[in-house]
Write a protein that binds this ligand. Structure first.
Ligand SMILES: [Zn+2]
Ligand SMILES: [Zn+2]
Length: 640
């Protein structure tokens, strides 16, 4: 790399800029910040001492990341965001390029410099705004503010006087991408960095301070509450910003020697899950380190809920939320992965419907918090549901957070955290509570499949089914009168081979007339009788609307469940007076599929889906009665 070497204008010691692009160098010998101004070096004055943080990294460490040239940590920047100090590390690659490695709450983000697209001025930025960053995609602003350049070490790629306030916007993009727009001390964006979270292991660092070393450092800090003297055990001491003493409830500033921010004499609430409890959830052992009671007030009614802050060193923070006896396990979500779909939100391919929103207020806190929590803090919330999931947006003017809650049963929580007694009885229906009897999609699916099979079989039998048994042409004597015994007849005998229905079909040459048959099926052996009747009528004509026809020249009657045996039919015809009828064609088939049979099958198939549909309708109407959004107008309730 094309570095630069000179002498410190303050102490005369050797000063090496390893990166050609570095503009600021903190002298290793005298601690003065030296800026490169063209060919000259100018001193800004001595920088503040480094603030001890629990960073796992150190200047001079080398590593390799994703096939890029090897890098050294050549600079360190300490920024104060008003709630604590964060480290940013400058990675100097062996080819002279560089990138930031930002460290916050035990997480690392690799951020490479990319060209700045047209971006709004700092004054026009707002949280929740989406920005098209060009090739990296569309990002959403999740935080905008100022940070103070407290101090640094090694070399830095900008020429800013230590102590200055630097303006920035953090953005979240698709697929877990992260970006920072740097405004420096001005009003327009100066630099854009885009990257993603990286695991420390993936950076191939030569040596890092081990977790053990870190813990030892932390453990020596024996803490006790300045208000009541109670011992305070911190689970995430390097990240704690606020501690609400579990003994007296007083709120302490963990970043300023436990200064008392709010003095109380006893805890205002008793959490159902005691602070310090440990439990296994999703295969990970979590410690309950904080408790918060929050509420929204709507039309004068306060709706409270409880939140338990969970912590695990490698995983970071999660939440257990309890409202009216309903529980959720809540994890953070990348704002950039939440996609707008009209009124809905899409996350990981699932569609979430708007449910309710409001202003949530912090009423009580206990335990340890990684942000500067205070009673009375307010955030705007909006919940979107896709049971058993709930996607929640929480925003202030400065910050935007998304999270994903998964519905959980109180019993599971009690078991996971080894709690005694029983969980509170759930009241009402939670926004993202799964429906009883499952989602039922598969039940409806099976019903449709059954329906298709039944229709297919019915059509198949209709085409191929029905075995012809008997056929006869009947002629009526010319002299016989309608309804007279001379017109009646017994057919030739025929055999029904096995039990089944019989279809009697009559075809008659009626034309603007009718034929009525009073029929009986007579068992030749037992004399048993099954009566039926049928009528053939056909009328045609023309009027002012054109020609018309009514009826047909065929009619059918069925006799159900005829036992096997020898049969004859007795048929007594009547016909329209004055319209002579030469005779008719008679045919008999057995095992003929009937519409009412398939109707019965369908009814049987549909009973369970109908019951479920009714249950689901009742459940959903109750769920949505709690929503700001009507069930039907925002996209239809029956989503199955
Ligand atoms: Zn010096
Ligand atoms: Zn106390």
């Amino acid at each position: 790399m094309s570095g630069y070497e000179g002498r410190c204008p303050s102490c005369g010691g050797p000063l090496v800029f390893r990166l050609g692009s570095s503009l600021l160098r903190i002298c290793d010998h005298c601690g003065v910040a030296v800026a490169r101004k063209g060919a000259a070096l100018a001193a800004y004055g001595k920088v503040a001492e480094l603030i001890p943080t629990s960073s796992l990294l150190a200047l001079g460490q080398e590593g390799g990341y994703e096939g890029a040239p090897r890098f050294d940590l050549v600079g360190r920047l300490q920024l104060d965001y008003g709630t604590g100090t964060w480290d940013e590390w400058l990675m100097g690659f062996r080819d002279g390029t560089w990138a930031w490695l930002s460290e916050s709450q035990g997480k690392f983000h690799y951020l490479g410099r990319v060209p700045v697209p047209p971006a709004p001025g700092f004054a026009d930025l707002h949280v929740g705004q989406t920005l098209d960053l060009g090739p990296p995609g569309t990002f959403v602003v999740i935080e905008a503010g100022e940070a103070r350049f407290v101090t640094g070490q090694g070399e830095l790629p900008f020429d800013v006087e230590p102590g200055s306030r630097l303006r920035y916007a953090d953005l979240s993009g698709p697929d877990g991408q992260f970006a920072t727009l740097d405004y420096g001390t001005g009003a327009t964006a100066e630099a854009l960095f885009v990257g993603r979270e990286v695991a420390l292991e993936d950076l191939g660092l030569t040596r890092t301070r081990s977790d053990e070393e870190r813990r030892t450092k932390v453990a020596v800090t024996a803490l006790s509450c300045p208000q009541c003297g109670g011992p305070l055990e911190l689970h995430a001491p390097d990240q704690a910003q606020r501690i609400a003493c579990p003994y007296c409830g007083s709120l302490l500033d963990a970043t300023r020697d436990l200064a008392v921010l709010e003095a109380l004499s006893h805890p205002p609430v008793t959490p159902l899950i005691p602070l310090g409890s440990a439990g296994r959830w999703g295969g990970i052992e979590w410690a309950v380190i904080g408790f918060m009671q929050r509420s929204v007030t709507a039309e004068g009614v306060r709706y409270p809920w409880d939140e338990y802050l969970l912590y695990q060193a490698r995983q970071g923070f999660r939440w257990l939320v309890e409202a009216k006896g309903h529980w959720s396990f809540v994890e953070p979500v990348n704002a950039g992965d939440v996609i707008d779909r009209l009124s809905r939100k899409e996350y990981r391919g699932q569609s979430f419907r708007p449910f309710q929103g409001g202003t949530a207020r912090v009423d009580h806190v206990l335990g340890e918090f990684y942000w500067a929590v205070a009673r009375g803090d307010e955030t705007d919330t909006a919940d979107y549901i896709c049971p058993p999931l709930m996607l929640s947006r929480e925003g202030t003017r400065k910050e935007l957070n998304w999270s994903l809650g998964t519905y959980a049963e109180g019993e599971e929580i009690w078991k996971a955290f080894g709690l005694t007694g029983s969980p509170p009885e759930p009241r009402g229906i939670a926004p993202h509570q799964p429906r009883p009897f499952g989602e039922a999609g598969h039940v409806y699916g099976r019903f449709l499949l059954g329906l298709a099979v039944a229709v297919f079989l019915f059509l198949g039998f209709t085409v191929s089914g029905g075995h012809p048994l008997f056929q006869q042409s009947v002629s009526i004597p010319r002299t016989a009168a309608s309804g007279s015994p001379e017109a009646a007849l017994f057919t030739d005998p025929f055999v029904v081979p096995d039990e089944g229905n019989l279809e009697v079909r009559v075809r008659a040459p009626v034309n603007n007339s009718w034929l009525y048959l009073d029929g009986a099926l007579v068992n030749d052996e037992t004399g048993g009788l099954d009566e039926f009747d049928l009528e053939v009528s056909y009328y045609a004509g023309a009027d002012s609307d054109g020609s018309w026809t009514e009826g047909g020249k065929e009619a059918v009657a069925y006799v159900a469940a005829v036992p096997p045996g020898r049969y004859v039919m007795r048929l007594a015809p009547q016909w329209e007076a004055g319209r002579p009828l030469p005779g008719y064609e008679l045919s008999v088939r057995t095992h003929v599929p009937r519409v009412h049979q398939i109707a019965f099958v369908l009814l049987a198939l549909a009973a369970w889906p109908l019951f479920l549909a009714w249950r689901h309708f009742r459940f959903e109407s109750q769920r949505w009665s709690e929503s700001d959004h009507p069930w039907f107008t925002s996209g239809g309730g029956g989503d199955d």
